[in-house]
Design a protein around this ligand. Structure first.
Ligand SMILES: [Zn+2]
Length: 247
């Protein structure tokens, strides 16, 4: 039994199985709770919610975020990604979905139908982690919003260095060839407006690189939905960007 258990622990992909045994425990503090998060952790995560969900300061890309990357939300995302507490994706993906539903009228969406594409992980990283957190978040987001999910809309074809270790120009070079679109996906996403989805928005370099890759294939990109935003919100002022426009 012990050997069985240790094998399960080695494989992150099997973490979900372990979580079944631990159900009823808050994934952030391990207190027992009938809900996904205990009331105390729930409050700490909710305190990170932003009152300004939309940022239109990125060129050609609207950014919709649920909260600030700090304190409880930072801890929750960390547990999701690095401890394999995939249940947290349900909580955060649903919160982000609700933000979308609340804000969608302000985004001036084009008349085209919307398609959700999660930011992919490089296959090596996916294998290490056992799941792509953006994909899990997108599933819950789409369950609530009823928007169609295109899990393989983008592929990550080049492993990139951790962005936080690089300067601005190096970040852009690091990401320039990071993504690709399969011809079948181009066909599926034609005549739609793609909205990307990721866990954290930092400088926008990853989102811009992903959007450029899609646009080079003739696809339309509206913006990106992220659970957390790591930098200060730009004040929404003046003329909003035009989601759905080509470069
Ligand atoms: Zn808790």
């Amino acid at each position: 039994m012990q050997r069985l258990l240790s094998t399960a622990l080695i494989h992150r992909g099997q973490q979900q199985l372990l979580n079944l045994f631990l159900s009823g425990q808050c994934p952030l503090c391990q207190r027992s709770t009938p809900r996904l998060l205990c009331p105390s952790c729930d409050r700490q995560v909710q305190q990170c919610q932003s009152t300004t969900a939309i940022d239109l300061s990125q060129p050609g890309l609207a950014v919709v975020s649920w909260g600030h990357y700090e304190n409880g939300l930072r801890q929750a995302i960390g547990r999701l990604k690095y401890s394999g507490n995939t249940d947290i994706a349900q909580y955060l993906g649903t919160e982000l979905g609700q933000t979308w539903l609340d804000q969608r009228r302000r985004l001036r969406p084009s008349s085209r139908p919307i398609a959700i594409v999660p930011i992919p992980l490089h296959p090596t990283k996916l294998q290490q982690r056992g799941f792509n957190q953006a994909d899990l978040l997108a599933r819950w987001f789409c369950r609530l919003t009823q928007l169609p999910l295109y899990r393989y809309g983008l592929a990550r074809v080049q492993a990139t260095q951790a962005q936080h270790s690089l300067g601005r120009t190096a970040r852009q070079q690091n990401l320039a060839q990071a993504f690709a679109v399969d011809p079948d996906q181009v066909k599926a996403l034609q005549h739609k407006t793609v909205w990307l989805l990721d866990d954290i928005f930092t400088t926008g370099a990853t989102a811009q690189s992903a959007a450029q890759t899609l646009r080079r294939s003739g696809l339309s990109v509206g913006g990106i939905c992220t659970v957390a935003r790591a930098q200060a919100w730009a004040t929404v002022s003046g003329q909003p960007a035009q989601p759905g426009s080509h470069p």
